[in-house]
Design a protein around this ligand. Structure first.
Ligand code: SF4
Length: 374
């Protein structure tokens, strides 16, 4: 399965914890759309005309793009790529950047999955995170999404926020379950030192994240989503049956994807490529010059490490026969030798030839994966 990711690097303002490439200014939207359209045509052969199952508008805040630009982009993708007749088209939205009319227009042009960045339904949490929207915006956007009746809707929530008590976390989950939406992405708050949040915590202006509280929230999340019939199919992702994000599943299943827009990453099975994280440079170079991106050819070690890292994040886990087949017996032996201690300690489980993390193990995914790297 293959997909196309489009990075839209504009936000109304910068959230305090944000580590993505995005700018708090809309002044270059027109130039960006023009450059993106050049890049769409220029890279039409990247995936060798293989079928495209998913299109994902991420960011940034894609809902800041004018409706006419989103429609032009979708049409141009259909024109230049072998896009499925009914692709999954996801668009990330923020509560204060979209109204019901805009949602209806998006639905009409084929957007069938909405990803809404709520993070919390409480104003003090949103203030801590430096989000622009408030709890009223958050509830209003839910109402609109329900009325417009999108096929698939996913909500983003953040836990581990120092202002988020256990009671409030339960309430956030209650509100999500009450919507009947089929997908939840719930992330532990991580504080990157260079972000506004990192600097404010460092100065002592804001309370730091507590690991103990984060683990407590995670345990509540895992238990309550299970009770409600959600599958915990990736560390931060929970879905009702048949409602997984197809696009994100491509990343976790070694699928190929083309990334368009500044800072977007691409993978064709043999190499990785990433665009410049600079909007002016992108506007100047996109679709015109190879200076727009950097490229790395992956070694067999890189491919094995990548497989271990991504598959361990999922509920289907790492398949040792696949390791043998794709990378060779040396890699399978190394994996089996090193995985033993994790099986014995209960942070990993086995089902046939599949090795996957237990719920407890998911808390240590990065450390375990890197220990299994060659
Ligand atoms: S809306 Fe998302 S991308 Fe934009 S600043 Fe906030 S976290 Fe970053």
């Amino acid at each position: 399965m293959n997909g196309i990711y489009i990075h839209v690097p504009f936000c109304k303002s910068k959230c305090a914890y944000c580590n993505f490439f995005s700018l708090a200014s809309k002044s270059k939207i027109k130039d960006y759309v023009k450059a993106l359209k050049n890049e769409i045509s220029f890279r039409r052969n990247y995936l060798d005309d293989e079928a495209i199952r998913t299109i994902y508008f991420g960011g940034g805040t894609p809902s800041l793009l004018p409706i006419s630009s989103i429609e032009e982009i979708i049409n141009l993708l259909h024109h230049n790529y072998n896009v499925d007749s009914n692709p999954e088209i996801t668009l990330e939205i923020n509560p204060d950047t979209i109204d019901k009319e805009k949602m209806l227009s998006l639905k009409e042009m084929g957007v069938n999955r909405m990803s809404v960045g709520i993070q919390s339904f409480f104003d003090d949490d949103l203030k801590y995170l430096g989000r622009r929207h408030d709890s009223n915006h958050a509830l209003q956007v839910l109402e609109n999404l329900i009325n417009v009746n999108f096929d698939k809707i996913t909500l983003d929530l953040i836990y581990g926020i120092p202002t988020l008590t256990e009671e409030k976390w339960n309430k956030n989950l209650d509100i999500f379950f009450a919507t009947g939406f089929s997908h939840l992405s719930a992330y532990a708050l991580t504080v990157e030192p260079k972000t506004i949040l990192g600097q404010r915590i460092n100065k002592g202006d804001l309370q730091d994240v507590s690991e103990e509280e984060t683990i407590n929230h995670y345990n509540i999340l895992v238990e309550r989503t299970k009770e409600q019939g959600f599958e915990h199919y990736e560390i931060s992702n929970f879905a009702k049956p048949d409602c997984r994000s197809l696009h994100n599943s491509i990343y976790w299943s070694d699928g190929k994807y083309l990334g368009l827009g500044p800072s977007a990453h691409s993978y064709d099975g043999n190499s990785r490529q990433w665009n410049v994280s600079n909007l002016s440079q992108y506007i100047k170079l996109a679709g015109k010059s190879d200076d727009c991106f950097e490229k790395e050819i992956l070694t067999l070690d890189d491919k094995y490490n990548e497989y271990v890292m991504t598959s361990l994040r999922t509920s289907w886990g790492c398949n040792v026969e696949k390791i043998k087949l794709h990378y060779g017996i040396k890699y399978a032996d190394f994996f089996l030798k090193n995985v033993k201690k994790y099986i014995e300690s209960g942070v990993m489980l086995i089902n046939d030839n599949n090795y996957f993390l237990s719920e407890k193990g998911k808390l240590f995914a990065d450390g375990i994966a890197s220990d299994l790297f060659l």
